[in-house]
Ligand binder design. Structure first.
Ligand code: HEM
Length: 127
């Protein structure tokens, strides 16, 4: 019996996640709120970490955990002050990236619900 496709495969696998994350970081690069938060001048390594994480989360390869261990996302975001303004900026960039994909409505809704929930849960400042 065929194994049911997971979300990662159903939306197009590596290519889809690569495009979404690359488009997201293209926005981050010129975003006045987000860009200053990123410690490294080169956004490439951050892009790669986020891409590996998202692929793993949705059922793709486990490269993120192989290289970085447990995600511990709240802990890893602690150095950055993330309030409503930063959360909204992050979601604005992400919405552009997701909207450019030709996802099935139920896949888009599932992905977006997760991203909104995750962005809310990573807030650590309320100013
Ligand atoms: C890392 C900002 C939301 C996943 C980072 C970094 C910054 C940042 C500045 C450090 C870049 C690096 O060197 O890797 C933010 C802001 C958010 C946000 C302002 C607004 C709410 C999210 C969400 C997710 C996420 C919603 C997951 C769905 C990650 C991952 C890393 C990361 C996986 C790399 C962690 C590692 O070091 O392994 N984020 N982030 N972030 N972020 Fe976010």
């Amino acid at each position: 019996m065929a194994t049911p496709e997971n979300f990662y495969e159903a939306v197009g696998g590596y290519d889809t996640f690569h495009r979404i994350v690359a488009r997201f970081y293209q926005e981050v690069a010129t975003d006045e709120v987000l860009r200053p938060l990123y410690p490294e001048e080169d956004l490439g390594p951050a892009e790669e970490r986020f891409r590996m994480f998202l692929m793993q989360y949705w059922g793709g390869p486990h490269t993120y955990s192989d290289q970085r261990g447990h995600p511990r996302l709240r802990m890893r975001h602690q150095p950055f002050s993330i309030g409503p303004v930063e959360r909204d900026a992050w979601l604005r960039c992400m919405k552009i990236a997701v909207d450019e994909e030709d996802l099935a409505p139920e896949h888009r809704a599932q992905l977006w619900a997760y991203l909104e929930m995750a962005a809310n849960s990573l807030m650590n400042a309320w100013v």
